[in-house]
Design a protein around this ligand. Structure first.
Ligand code: ZN
Length: 486
């Protein structure tokens, strides 16, 4: 089959290739790949125009590499506005209660809803850290339809927070554990083997990663399983890491030398793992993660809303770590928009650093949203830049608006002005998913209607799990009080 040829004429190209920089040019896409990027070659342009199947005149537009949302939970798209004034350990009781009531169809529409939101904000790839593994097929079918690039990371865990924090519940509460939470090692193994055989590397767009929820929520057996499957199938691993002070202090008690050293002893720290949040770490732990080439995923909005803290991102960055950006959940304060994550990242760390020569530049922050995210996906060689041979994932932004008038410095304006509303068109893996602000692959009206329709049923299904969360809450409040006093 002859690949379709698409020519994007005359946008200002933000190439992410330092030797090229940002300048006006033309991009040729053949099939799933960018096959040529050229600047000021009128004859070549004329020749290609006569052979192209589709020509887009992108004069007065900015073309950027598609952004990677390197940490995200699709199920939370149905949980907007539920709980938003609680710290992580108590918030988690509620998000679990809401989440465990969701079924296949709920998840299917939650995924599509997130894809609409992300594509409209110029996000072409995401890492979906996915707790409700029994609905994985529904989620993956939605990604298949939406045309987004996804690294799907089904969660593994077998140590509930009450066990980790050594909270003793009265027997009446223990009997009411939600169903479907515990699965044996063997079941987890066969689940992963099955999902990998069907979905991993599908169309070069969908991949599977191992998704331990957080190391302290996993027994050593589960973490060993992750290591085994990662080595056998060359799979990447994605996990939350030390998000709160309470987790950090409890880990110091539970694991000799703390959680990072625990992971290192188990042989899990290497270039294939991405660790999310990494807020509470000592200097030696930061250095160990850097030495082991671990990727760090920064989620500034989530860390702020849950009061978790300010992650030591400048330290990671200065030491040369791969730092990517994520939005986390809709119910922890975020919209799935990396322009917001970039702006926060560029600004929130500055007050802690009096030496302004150490402040992160717009280029550094934009790289976090693009090339560093590509590395989290395991695609650093083929994604994140506008250059020949790269996967055709990019975004066209309109410039006839206040963010871009005048256009002085595209990188600075992308990070400090743009909010995503200029996104006009999005191409993923060589296919248009958004054209002139409208999704091509998803019937938006149907998704909004279905989400509205399903809400009534969910309110009913949420009642029992929420009552349980309310019963658990005082036990967690007591233990967290101790941490706030120290
Ligand atoms: Zn998360």
């Amino acid at each position: 089959m002859i690949a379709k040829k698409t020519l994007i004429k005359n946008p200002l190209i933000v190439s992410n290739v330092p030797s090229v920089g940002n300048k006006k040019g033309t991009v040729l896409v053949e099939g799933q790949t960018i096959t040529d990027v050229f600047y000021h070659q009128e004859n070549l342009l004329k020749d290609l125009e006569s052979h192209a199947d589709e020509i887009i005149d992108a004069e007065n537009m900015v073309l950027i590499p598609g952004m990677v949302n390197s940490h995200y939970h699709s199920y939370t798209n149905l949980l907007k506005g539920t709980v938003n004034n609680l710290p992580l350990e108590i918030w988690a009781l509620y998000t679990m209660a809401y989440g465990y009531a969701l079924e296949d169809e709920d998840i299917y529409y939650a995924v599509l809803l997130g894809c609409i939101e992300m594509m409209k904000a110029g996000v072409t790839s995401c890492v979906d850290h996915f707790p409700h593994i029994w609905t994985s097929e529904a989620a993956l079918k939605a990604y298949d339809q939406a045309g987004m690039r996804v690294a799907f990371a089904p969660m593994l865990h077998d140590v509930p927070d009450e066990q980790f924090f050594q909270i003793a519940f009265p027997p009446s509460i223990q009997k009411q554990r939600p169903k479907k939470t515990a699965t044996s090692i063997e079941e987890m193994k066969s689940f992963y083997q099955s999902i990998i055989s069907i979905w991993h590397q599908k169309d070069g767009r969908i991949s599977i990663q191992l998704g331990p929820n957080a190391p302290q929520r996993c027994s050593e057996h589960i973490l060993q399983l992750c290591k085994e499957l990662s080595e056998k199938g060359n799979l990447r691993i994605h996990t939350h890491l030390l998000e709160t002070k309470a987790q950090y202090q409890q880990c110091q008690k539970n694991f000799p030398g703390g959680l990072v050293r625990h992971l290192d002893r188990l042989g899990l720290l290497n270039e294939k793992i991405s660790c999310v949040h990494a807020v509470w770490l000592d200097d030696e732990e930061i250095q160990l993660l850097v030495d082991r080439n671990v990727s760090i995923v920064h989620n500034p909005a989530s860390n702020l809303l849950l009061g978790s803290g300010i992650a030591p991102i400048p330290s990671f960055w200065k030491k040369g770590a791969n730092v990517a950006l994520g939005t986390d959940g809709s119910n922890c304060g975020t919209i799935h928009n990396l322009f917001e994550a970039m702006r926060l990242t560029a600004m929130i760390h500055r007050p802690q650093e009096s030496n302004y020569s150490n402040w992160m530049t717009p280029e550094a922050v934009f790289n976090m949203a693009t090339t560093s995210g590509a590395k989290v996906l395991g695609m650093e060689r083929e994604l994140g830049r506008i250059a020949s041979g790269q996967k055709a994932d990019f975004v066209l932004l309109k410039t006839k608006n206040t963010f871009w008038a005048p256009l002085n410095d595209p990188m600075s304006q992308l990070v400090h002005q743009e909010n995503g509303s200029s996104v006009d068109s999005v191409l993923v893996n060589g296919q248009w998913t958004l054209r002139q602000g409208t999704t091509v692959t998803i019937d938006e009206e149907k998704v909004f209607l279905e989400v509205r329709k399903r809400r009534e049923g969910l309110l009913e299904k949420w009642q029992e799990p929420l009552k349980r969360a309310e019963r658990l809450r005082p036990h967690f409040e007591t233990i967290l009080l101790d941490y706030h006093l120290t």
